[in-house]
Design a protein around this ligand. Structure first.
Ligand SMILES: Nc1nc2c(ncn2[C@@H]2O[C@H](COP(=O)(O)OP(=O)(O)OP(=O)(O)O)[C@@H](O)[C@H]2O)c(=O)[nH]1
Ligand SMILES: [Mg+2]
Length: 274
């Protein structure tokens, strides 16, 4: 996939729900003339009536996993969520928790910087060769580049690949073409209303992480309300309350990831997590 330099960009909003895959629903041809026919701002506004459900999600299912060739593809865990919710902090902690047990790789995606990858490298999350940064450019829905993942997979052969999406709003979620399993990170500082606002990341992620619980009191967010609403929006879908910066909730999230990895690949969960 090539760099995305088109402006104004041209995508249908119903595709935003699965916007980070290889075929992420943009028109990359020469014709960028639909702007005029959509109020001049370059988007068509097809309406999503429903953010989808955990039960009918595309990732995290044995049916999807059965289509993968695990000898060529690392089990890919997409980490999505709004800007600043703690995706990179979680990625760091998951690397620290799991790196001695399983071969890891990380791919970060930012619009114009390589900051997250540099942070992870500086913190020694993994050896530098196992961390890759992608600058996605101004087009937010080009948030992940498959070529970078393939390159990383070839060079360091990770068994498990964490793929952090550039922070987006609540309308984005990982495509099942890209991710085998998804974590969606929100934080209490956005207000306790966020779970019930219910974008596809909230309803369809394999694990919803509600982060920065250490700040709940300071921002008057009720964890009980968030818990109730998350259950309402996600049915049986797991939700983990965390303060990843302080290491809280990380082991629980790591367990969910490893259980899915083992189920998908037929491997055995390493000792401390079995
Ligand atoms: N108090 C508190 N702060 C946290 C926690 N987790 C992350 N942070 C802080 O929140 C800020 C944003 O964290 P990041 O991990 O960079 O968030 P992100 O989602 O990766 O951000 P983008 O990639 O820019 O979208 C940083 O200053 C973190 O130190 C937490 O559990 N508690
Ligand atoms: Mg980040």
């Amino acid at each position: 996939m090539s760099a995305h330099s088109h402006s104004p960009h041209d995508h249908d909003h119903d595709e935003a729900a699965t916007c980070c895959g290889g075929d992420h629903g943009h028109d990359h041809g020469a014709a960028h003339d639909r702007a005029a026919s959509h109020g001049g701002h370059g988007h068509s506004h097809e309406h999503l009536d429903h953010p989808g459900t955990y039960a009918a999600r595309a990732t995290g299912s044995p049916a999807l996993w059965a289509t993968r060739a695990w000898s060529e593809r690392a089990f890919t865990v997409g980490i999505g969520g709004p800007v600043g919710s703690g995706k990179t902090a979680l990625t760091l902690k998951l690397c620290e928790e799991l790196r001695d047990a399983i071969a890891l790789g990380v791919c970060t995606n930012d619009i114009f910087t390589r900051e997250d990858a540099e942070f992870l490298t500086r913190k020694g999350a993994l050896p530098a060769a196992r961390i890759r940064a992608v600058e996605t450019g101004g087009c937010p829905h080009a948030a992940i580049r498959e070529d970078a993942l393939e390159d990383l997979t070839r060079s360091v052969k990770p068994e498990l690949l964490f793929c952090e999406s550039g922070g987006d709003n609540l309308a984005a979620n990982f495509s099942s073409e890209l991710a085998d399993f998804t974590l969606y990170v929100i934080d209490v500082a956005g207000g306790d209303k966020v779970p019930r606002k219910g974008g596809p990341g909230i309803t369809q992620s394999d694990v919803l992480v509600i982060n920065k619980t250490d700040l709940a009191e300071a921002v008057s967010s009720s964890l009980e309300v968030m818990d109730r609403d998350a259950k309402k929006m996600r049915g049986d879908g797991p939700t983990v309350f965390a303060a990843v910066k302080h290491g809280r909730g990380v082991t629980e999230i790591a367990k969910e990831v490893l259980a899915a990895w083992a189920k998908a690949t037929g491997r055995t969960v390493p000792a401390p997590w079995a």
